[in-house]
Design a binder for this molecule. Sequence first.
Ligand code: NDP
Length: 232
Amino acid sequence: MRVLVTGANRGLGLALCKAAVERGHTILACARNGEQPSGSLKDLVEEYPNHIFPLALDVTDEKSVAAAAAKVKEKWGSIDAIINNAGVLYERDVKIEELDFSLLELTMNVNLYGPMCVIKHFLPSLYNGTDQTIINISSDAGSITTAYGGDYPYAISKTALNMFTKQIKHYVSDKNINVYAVHPGWIKTDMGGEKAPGSPEETANNLLDILEKKKIIKEDLFFIKHNGESMK
Ligand code: NDP
C-alpha cells in the first residue's frame, strides 16, 4: 500500500511511518520540515530509502499542499490511503472568558482546514489507488455525547472534523472508499504528555490493521476508536 501521512516527523505520525515501513508499505511522509527531515524521521528515511519518501507539506499552506500533491501525482500517480494526522492543541483548559481567538483560528487552520485542504488536493491520486481508505485523526474531545467544558478550540475543531469526515464519506460512497474519523486514544507524545497511558506504536499498528482490513469496521460507523470500537 502507498500511504500518505501528515505530521510525520514526530508523535503518532512518526510511529505510523515506522510501523508501516516495517509492514512493507510505502510511506509518503509529509512534514513541515519536509524534504530535509531531521531526527528520527531522517534516521527512518536513511534506513528505508526505498519505502519512505519525505515530502514538504504544511497543512495550513495550500500552495505547499498543492505542490506536494502535484509531485505525488507525477511520481507515483496513485495513493491507497490518506492519514490526516497533523494536529495542534493550544489553550488547554482555558476559561471561555479568557479565550484567545487567534489561537482558535490557528487551531481551525491546522485541525480542520488542514485535512480539508489535503483531501481537496490528494483525492485525484486516491481515486487511482486500490482498496482506498481515508483516516482523519480526531479525538474523543470532539465527541458531542461526552463533551466537557473546556479545550474549546481543540474540541470544536475535532467535532467539525468529524462532520467533514461524514461529508466526505458520503461524497466518495460510490467509489468504495472507506472513510473514518479515529480517536487514537490518550497516547504518550508531545501533545499527550508523559502521563498518557497509551503508546503511539500500539495506535499506529491498530490504524494499519484498519487500512489492511484486518480490523473490519461496521459499514455505518465513521467515528471510531483506533481499536475499531464505535464513538459517538
Ligand atoms: P504531536 O504534538 O506529538 O505532533 C503533532 C504533529 O503535527 C507534528 O508532526 C507537527 O509537526 C504536526 N503539525 C502541526 N502543525 C502542522 C502544520 N501546520 N502542518 C503540518 N504538520 C503540522 O501530536 P500527536 O502525535 O499526539 O497527535 C497526532 C494526532 O492525534 C493529532 O491530530 C491529535 O489531535 C490527535 N490526538 C492525540 C492525542 C494524544 O493523546 N496524543 C489524543 C487524541 C487525539 P511539527 O513538528 O512541524 O510541529
